[in-house]
Design a protein around this ligand. Structure first.
Ligand SMILES: C[S@@+](CC[C@H](N)C(=O)[O-])C[C@H]1O[C@@H](n2cnc3c(N)ncnc32)[C@H](O)[C@@H]1O
Length: 224
């Protein structure tokens, strides 16, 4: 039986709130993937397709992997990792949810993507400064605002000198207070990447087809 998108979003918020009450900002992801029991319709962001905003940006910029080493942060079921793999990147992808990683490995068994169960905040040391291309899609926005700088710093740490970083996120105005999870990023939030030694190469603003439409930013940075 198909699970309505609205129900999936409501249940996701419930699980997130249960964990938040216990002071746990991270445990709910695996709980949600587990409860979904293989039904991706129970995961609001998992549509078994590459992110459409990422795809638009990649088409516009004619993104090519050229065998570069890429890392996908918080990869979920791995569809963006597969997108990069098909563009000829050598892809490593990780998520804090072991259930998501096992699921992704099955979905993409025919690829050479190197999937790992890992926490952004305690990554394998060999990943630090090791990737020529790093992709982050919707991983910053579900983590509490109090952690924002810490999350941005952790993502920044994976990029090699002269490497590229692409962030796909919900966007908000600097003076807008986000009411509920996912907590969209403002340009002021994003400026922390510049503090971390990145130069912003481009920022695309797009609207989703939700009603009312939700703003997205696709931001490309180059590490100095
Ligand atoms: C909103 S989902 C987006 C998933 C995927 N990027 C996508 O767009 O389909 C956020 C993902 O980040 C993962 N995540 C959250 N905190 C993490 C952490 N500390 N380390 C690694 N992954 C994390 C979650 O398990 C979840 O899969």
């Amino acid at each position: 039986m198909s699970f309505e998108t609205h129900d999936a979003r409501e249940r996701t918020k419930e699980i997130q709130a249960e964990y938040a009450e216990k002071g746990d900002a991270l445990g709910w992801f695996d709980a949600l993937y587990k409860e979904a029991a293989g039904d991706n319709e129970r995961i609001p962001w998992a549509d078994l397709e590459p992110n459409k905003f990422l795809r638009r940006w990649a088409e516009k910029t004619d993104l090519q992997g050229n065998n570069r080493k890429a890392l996908v942060v918080g990869c979920g079921l791995g569809d963006d990792a597969k997108f990069l793999h098909d563009l000829n990147f050598k892809v490593t992808a990780f998520d804090i949810s072991e259930t998501a990683i096992e699921w992704a490995k099955k979905l993409h068994a025919a690829t050479s993507i190197d999937f790992h169960h890992a926490d952004l905040f305690v990554p394998p040391r060999v990943w630090l400064g090791a990737f020529e291309f790093v992709l982050e899609v919707y991983t910053i926005q579900p983590l509490p605002l109090e952690m924002r700088s810490q999350v941005i710093d952790a993502v920044s740490n994976f990029v090699a000198p002269q490497g590229e970083l692409v962030v796909v996120t919900r966007g908000r105005e600097d003076d807008e207070i986000p009411k509920e999870m996912p907590w969209a990023l403002s340009k002021k939030d994003l400026s922390r990447f510049e503090t971390n030694g990145f130069e912003q190469n481009s920022l695309m603003e797009m609207l989703g087809d939700e009603e009312p439409p939700i703003k997205r930013f696709v931001v490309e940075y180059l590490k100095q």
